[in-house]
Design a protein. Structure first.
Length: 200
């Protein structure tokens, strides 16, 4: 076994362990941190597979943005996780069925690749996979890519419009001109309190 295979098994073992700890950790902050570790290990596996763009995207988007948001939400909201765990056992049959389906599909892919049916797909593209992905997105699939961008823009505008509904008096907003004109006397009041005990 060469160094590449050893690194693959190392990263995969840590990935499986961290993914298992995500669903078994009782502390939600610990679960989120184990999910960050799982993302890093998946990015390392993608680097071994020469998928640099996917690895960097996983680290920047999920670890750098999504997981930080998850941690902020978990730590700032007062969520009673004991109540959420009360009905955990009722979801076990559905979870077992979904897990068995995923394992079956993964077994089909492994058996198909072992037989060699996927070997006739053609030679892999030469050069950087980032360049190949860019050509696919902006040349072959430029119209679906632009449609997806428009749909996301419409979703953002709709979310902002939904939050602005209601009476104006119920909206919270800031007036910068009023904030600039504020004086010290409007915010701070000095109070002279008498001492509770007379001086000795």
């Amino acid at each position: 076994m060469d160094i590449r295979g050893a690194l693959f098994y190392l990263f995969s073992a840590v990935l499986l362990f961290s993914a298992f700890r995500v669903i078994t950790a009782r502390n939600p902050v610990h679960a989120a941190l184990f999910l960050v570790l799982a993302f890093f290990q998946a990015a390392a596996v993608w680097l071994l597979l020469k998928a640099e763009f996917l690895a960097i995207s996983l680290v920047l988007v999920y670890v750098g943005a999504v997981m930080v948001l998850f941690l902020f939400v978990v730590m700032m909201l007062d969520v009673n996780f004991e109540v959420l765990r009360q009905h955990f056992r009722s979801y076990l049959p559905i979870a077992a069925a979904v897990g068995a389906l995923v394992l079956f599909e993964m077994a089909l892919v492994i058996v198909d690749s072992a037989i060699g049916h996927t070997a006739t797909a053609g030679p892999p593209p030469t050069g950087s996979n980032t360049v190949a992905l860019g050509k696919l997105l902006y040349v072959d699939y430029v119209y679906p890519f632009e449609i997806a961008a428009v749909v996301l823009l419409v979703a953002i505008v709709a979310a902002i419009a939904l939050t602005q509904r209601g009476e104006p008096r119920h909206r919270k907003y800031q007036d910068p001109s009023w904030q600039v004109k504020v004086r010290r006397e409007d915010r701070v009041r000095l109070v002279d309190l008498k001492s509770e005990k007379p001086p000795a």
